[in-house]
Ligand binder design. Sequence first.
Ligand code: ATP
Length: 309
Amino acid sequence: MQLIVTAINKAYASVQAVKQVSFQINSGEIFALLGPNGAGKSSIIRMLVGMTRPDSGSIMISYQDQHYDHVPRRLLGYLPEDRGLYPDKSIEKNLLYLAQLHGLTKAQALTEMDGWLQVFELTERRHDELKQLSKGNQQKVQLIAAVLHQPALVILDEPFSGLDPINQEKVVEFLRQLKARGMTVILSAHQMAMVEKLADHMLLMAHGQVVLAGTLEHIRAQGQSQRQMKVGFAAAVSMEQLQQLSGIASAEALSGHYWLLTLADTVTVALCLQQLLQLAELTQVEMQTADLHQLYLAAMAKHQPGGAV
Ligand SMILES: Nc1ncnc2c1ncn2[C@@H]1O[C@H](COP(=O)(O)OP(=O)(O)OP(=O)(O)O)[C@@H](O)[C@H]1O
């Protein structure tokens, strides 16, 4: 399974929801679409699953030497933004019904279901009606429903929404299991800490456009313009001493003999360390790396109207 999306655009009435978006997803990857409300994530997903068509640009899905302009239903496991199961039916009946719609026999559906119910600790509740379940548990049933038929591609629109931190971790585990089974996964999310653990590639969007794209390391390299280092000295060092070093752009005193230093643009880490060692012995050196949440906030700040980009 490979997806190549090239310069797609989508407008609704006066809103240009998606603008010139391109990306590629390879087989077996977990790919995350990130961005604030209204960024265009669901609009892209709806085009991938064939619910709407791009106004321009192209989508090419390749699977076993066949090519498609959207993901064929038989290859797709989809958790839509608007969830929809039968509240008066039990977990088991809901899942059986959906699995059979996808062509599974009852026996196949029950076997598949058993495994996933265990993953989400819902085995004991399989005969409960959906309306008796918490929002989080209903969400888990939706996730199971999306993958029972073992699709090649799973698209999950906000799989973490409405879940507490423990259940969010369960979804992380669920997604890892999908990847281990060879499925390709596309998800949209706001939970950066979860995405950071999982996604092979990600696309950060704002106002319908791509802001940052790539692996976490690549995004870090694009988004983190400053290199920062936390250092501990064996003896007291003053701000004046640090400011005199050509390798240090700025310094912030932390507690004890610890400092957060921003390196000058051109200096190597090795040269900077040599300069610091002339002031005092170092007890700790730690390069600071921004997490996805910080990178996301910095990228979004730049993309505010009137921002730097
Ligand atoms: N059917 C529609 N008709 C008109 N405008 C729409 C429609 N669907 C989406 N939009 C608009 O397109 C833009 C992108 O919406 P979209 O739902 O794709 O964003 P999103 O990133 O998925 O947001 P969220 O995180 O809130 O789900 C928004 O301005 C939204 O109001």
